[in-house]
Write a protein that binds this ligand. Sequence first.
Ligand code: URA
Length: 219
Amino acid sequence: MEQRSAAAWIPDTFDLPSLAHAAAACRGCELYRGATQTVFGEGDAHARVVLIGEQPGDKEDRAGRPFVGPAGGVLDRALADAGIARGDAYVTNAVKHFKWALRGKRRIHKKPNEREIMACNPWLLAELTALNPAAVVCMGTTATHAAFGHAVRVHALRGRFHVTRLSPHTLVTVHPSAILRLRARPEWRDDYAREYTNFVADLRRARALLDVNGSDAGE
Ligand code: URA
């Protein structure tokens, strides 16, 4: 089967507005067919920290912006608790189109596969070339897969910096949706509190690296 990729859609100019404009027309894999629009990354063009999620959810697909739904709420709170202003960060996804299946009347998130993650990888590499941040935070298995170029176990790598194709300072952590799921049941309240605290602790590690490499982060 022909290996599809976003590479053919990457423009020569590597500034963020040009990349976002070109990504809107991307047909580098089949996911554009079911999605409302491309959801490109957003944030400070001089951001020193880049946070990477999996793919847009239902709300993000409609809004055209990353992390504006429930998982974004967890992320915003955790960033604030870690001392990182979302406005000082750049937030994006490993896969730029929403992959979903219909359950009743609801569009339910479907995990992107290896082919889709790697087809979208040129956009992530281009964003990081444009931004050249001090630290990259991969949240969850899909983002970590995109950073390493192959499937990895998040829990084996979590909370530490790694050298990856995205950055020599790639921190691996869990996805905020995994924390959100623990909020669903009262009997999971302790697990939720622990996982949220651990997530904030991971983000503080990224913040600490910014503090070491410059004084303007998180102000
Ligand atoms: N989950 C993600 O991984 N990304 C989003 O933008 C929203 C939810």
